[in-house]
Design a binder for this molecule. Structure first.
Ligand SMILES: Cc1cc2nc3c(=O)[nH]c(=O)nc-3n(C[C@H](O)[C@H](O)[C@H](O)COP(=O)(O)OP(=O)(O)OC[C@H]3O[C@@H](n4cnc5c(N)ncnc54)[C@H](O)[C@@H]3O)c2cc1C
Ligand code: FES
Length: 276
């Protein structure tokens, strides 16, 4: 039987974790299997309120628990922030094209994430970790405004950081504005790309964050020597149908919901209103 792409799967909230003053991670137990690949998104609905698109932030290999990391922006995201253990939400999807992990094999993978943009990168990072022998090296550059705004603090700074000696993995961590006790870098996330020792001929860079961050990171990557086809950008646009019918998510002639949300810079270069 063909899958109904509009059908929601009932999920029970099993936990809610505050990541920063404006960002929470909700943990869900789907009533039946929900499979996705890193980079794809889903529509999360709160009964009586509405639905909005989000990229799962949990590992695509994890079938029992599905997580979304959500920044409070308006109606739906505020309702998601008010969820409690035991509440029921709906998830439909997955939609869109994932990161082409097969073409990442044997390469140095550079991940650059800022703010809530670290959420989709977490799913990708966990997928890469699960098959880490396939990649030459993983370099994860993370940024946030202040230490309080860092999402996945414990995971990035302790759990994941402790893996560095055990595999070809490194982190470059920064905040725009540090505070006493902060032991990592200071400066916007593009600063983590200064002095980067990477073989650009055999590397791909994956960028996710607010539009201004994506723009300046892309420009810096081009300056370092990455080609247009080696830079992957995860795009967001206001969405309604999620499946290519309503045309709300267009960037030029590209539909974010079905051609993306993951695009190479070569696909997007020169499109109108790219960095809004
Ligand atoms: C593919 C995709 C993946 C996403 N993944 C995440 C994620 O992992 N975590 C996360 O926190 N957010 C994510 N977003 C953004 C999220 O969908 C919006 O924040 C959400 O739709 C806002 O809904 P709302 O009802 O709370 O806000 P609304 O009341 O609809 O609007 C509040 C404000 O947010 C703006 N807005 C609404 N929708 C979007 C949108 N899709 N993109 C940009 N601005 C928007 C509005 O213009 C308005 O200024 C993603 C968006 C897309 C398209
Ligand atoms: S969200 Fe409707 S066409 Fe993309």
């Amino acid at each position: 039987m063909e899958k109904n792409i509009y059908e929601s799967i009932r999920c029970m909230v099993t936990g809610v974790e505050e990541e920063s003053p404006s960002i929470k991670t909700v943990m869900l137990k789907p009533e039946r299997d929900f499979s996705f690949s890193a980079g794809q998104f889903a529509s999360l609905s709160v009964p009586g309120v509405g639905e909005a698109p989000f990229t799962p932030s949990s590992s695509p290999c994890e079938k029992e628990c599905l997580e979304f990391t959500v920044m409070k922006a308006g109606r739906v995201t505020s309702a998601i922030h008010s969820l409690r253990k035991g509440d029921i939400v709906g998830v439909r999807g997955p939609y869109g094209k994932p990161y082409p992990l097969d073409s990442f094999r044997g390469k140095e993978i550079l991940l650059v994430g800022g703010g809530v943009g670290l959420a989709p990168l977490r799913a990708l990072f966990l997928a890469l970790l699960a098959t880490s022998a396939d990649y030459k090296r993983i370099i994860f550059c993370c940024g946030a405004k202040t230490p309080q705004d860092y999402i996945y603090k414990e995971k990035i700074l302790d759990q994941w950081h402790s893996l560095c000696g055990k595999m070809p993995l490194s982190f470059r961590i920064t905040v725009d504005q540090k505070c006493p006790g902060w032991r990592f870098g200071e400066g916007v996330v593009t600063k983590t790309l200064d002095g980067l020792d990477v073989d650009t001929g055999n590397s791909v860079a994956v960028v996710c964050g607010p539009p201004i961050m994506m723009k300046f990171t892309t420009l810096k990557l081009l300056e370092i020597g990455y080609g247009d086809t080696q830079i992957y950008l995860s795009m967001e646009r206001k969405m309604y149908c999620g499946v290519g019918h309503c045309r709300h998510c267009l960037i030029g002639d590209l539909f974010v919901c079905k051609d993306g949300p993951v695009f190479t810079y070569s696909q997007l270069k020169g499109k109108p209103n790219l960095w809004v």
